[in-house]
Design a binder for this molecule. Sequence first.
Ligand code: PEP
Ligand code: MG
Length: 907
Amino acid sequence: MTTTPERTARRAFVLELHEGDRTMAGLLGGKGAGLAEMSRLGLPVPPGFIVTTEACRAWLSGAGEPEGLWDQIEAAMLDLEHRSGLRFGDPSAPLLVSVRSGARFSMPGMMETVLDVGMTDAVAATLVARGEARFAWDSYRRLVQMYGRTVLGINGSLFDAQLTELRRATGAATDAELDAAALERLTAGFRRILVEHTGGDLPQDPRDQLRRAVIAVFASWNGERARLYRAHEGIPDDLGTAVNVVQMVFGNRGEHSGSGVCFTRDPVSGAPGVFGDYLPDAQGEDVVSGSRSPMDLSELGRRDPALHEELSTHLRTLEQHYRDLCDVEFTVERGRLWILQTRLGKRSPAAAFRIAVELVDEGVIDLDEALTRVDGTQLQTLLHPTFTTVEGLTPLAHGLAASPGAAYGQLVFDAATAMEWTALGRAVVLARPETSPDDFGGLLAARAVITSRGGLTSHAAVVARGLGRTCVTGVEGLLVDPVARVATLPGGVTLPEGTVVSVDGTAGEVYAGQRDIEPSAVSTAISQGTGRGTETSDRTVRAVLTLLAHADLRGHLGVMANADTPEEARMAKRFGAEGIGLCRTEHMLLGERRVLVERLVTDENRAGALAEIEALALTEFTSLLETMEGLPVVVRLLDPPMHEFLPDLVELSVTAAVAAERGTLDVMLERRLATTRRWHESNPMLGLRGVRLLTVLPQIIDAQVRALAEATLALRARGLDVRPELMVPLVADVAELTAARERMEGILADVARAHGTTLHLPIGVMVELPRAALTAAALAEHADFFSFGTNDLTQTSWGMSRDDAEANFLAAYREAGIIATDPFKTIDEAGVGALVAMAARDGRQARPGLGLGACGEHAGDPASIGFFARTGVDYLSCSPPRVPVVRLEAGRQAVLLAGTRSTSDTR
Ligand code: PEP
Ligand code: MG
């Protein structure tokens, strides 16, 4: 039946099921659109109509009941009476309806529903007279209970308490065992609650019940849990809910009736075949509430094969039609099957991959579509080892799930012990109040890291994610005392050094003792290069490999890794990285080696210190380049502020003061203190960093460039195809870049000359300061490539230090609704993203063919990759464990982008 424009205009607030379809979720809500679509497909959906979101929005605007709404509902009720052959409020042929919420986006259990609307004393009496007393009173008490709670706002626990008391008094184990007389008493008791709390009874005019139920469902859009849910899920507040008014069908009409919830495939494993629960003699709410244990659908198949077959046929129809996993609610009323609801089924990450690929195998969708059915976040969860499930285990402490995975070990409280114990073959968990670059060795050595302070992008979190270490930050109430070597939990439980704990980085929890761990089969398969897309026994593994291979075919973005050591480089390669996009050279000079920098600045045997730095760099660059033979390795000049290489000023001042007091202060200590003081900065992150070192301590940079040139030439002399590139950090002005470039090219030429050859390496610039982005055209004249350092670009655009913001106020910002997402995790497209896009455009205009990459944390964030793909960067560089995630997302984004382009082309 077609809908004329006049009819739609006249009835904008109400649509009958056959007037809608699946594309109308905005107006009809997801549930309404699903009902309409099923009704079009000829599935057995009870007749009904939908009060649209438009009506809800009109009501929410505060103007009262929208004009004409009730007339339209009345007309639709007449239609419904006609279709059902029953009449609303007529005891001889009573029509009862359900009044259910249903917004555009699924908000499960967040809004209200009133069932059995239309039940009155007269209707109940007729049903009793017809011998359906139990059914009559069960339906009636449900209406009074839901009406009381939802329409009148009475505390639901008052009803629950009466029900519990009645079960106790009658010895009924479940509601299903309550007989008609008990349910009649319960109905009367529930009605007394209404009178006591509102002064009025349940209206006996069914139209009055309906009108007030519809308004109560509208109002539930702004209920507290609905608002909280929307804020959490990012659902706009102004959409409103539709209200589905549908003829009641009853699963509580004896043993040939019942209700069930099912999926067209297993939503946990993705295995084919219908999957679900069925509860005889029950309404849908009884299945969901879990008050009685339902039976498996296969059991229903044994009891009633014909019914099971009919249900399976409808499920097949729905899956074929929606071309995806569907979730279905159904009711059987005296042997007759009714489908009450369908929607796309929520699924586990493993099931998402398996279902997508098996739908391809079955010829339902193609690989491009399958790729859009999964995402990088789901893959990320499949890459980490997990604890085997143990029921009833309670964690010792909770914190933030900073880096996923599962690990156990003995607690240690400083980096040195972590390294020492690991060297002895022990598994350790490093616990710190927070971590600093000094703890790097400990982070590397430990299986897991926990900190009492810090957020999801604190130093510990970022480094742990980069290394693929399990990490929980911000552990509530944990006190770590590295001096006394003990940690204390809020309840006073103490954990001395050596205590074994298990850390669940995926859930953000810490457990006592050692829990069993299962390695990730997906991660093993990817890193062993089992051959992309080959047959393996594990369906999920096969699905991931298939989609990853397809993503590689589709993706335009290169995927590189941020790796500093040969070990990280190997991991990156195993995961499919096409090179190293960022080698942070500072790790070569931290830990014990930082005294070399101190010697350099104190002028104490400067030449010796420089020679050592160069020798170290030569060894490290050689093994890194060798590991990555045939692939690019972007080496960044030393970047972090000087204070990270020098002693702590406060500690040193105290030591000196104590020594002076005791008369033991010597010239060495005095000199050390003076140097530390001279180099001390109030805001080191905005101080002597990156390219700025070139004017103050150029020797250190010379040593790095010379070492890279020597390593390259020596390896090339051995016939190896090594491809190093140089990158200059923290440039704000083109003059800094030209000075750095001139100096580096001079050194490359000198070294090459000494070897009797020439050497030209690509030289790029990091765009990580707003001024660099603003002057991108000038920088591009002197750079072979840009790499967007979005960590610093975010810090400097927002004027926030990441660690301070995370520790002190970012969570409060999120709670107050000032920011929706953490800009240090997911790219802030409006601000930082605008700078990136502008620099990319200006840079490419000034120098066509300019290489563009991104290497901040955002380059490995699944939610940011779409932005980079749209901006036209050539490659993303992320931590090695994230390489498969970025490969997948890059392919997915390419398919999505091609989709939007082809849709806009046809407009
Ligand atoms: C950046 O700033 O984004 C970057 C990659 O450099 P780092 O994180 O080392 O400062
Ligand atoms: Mg940086």
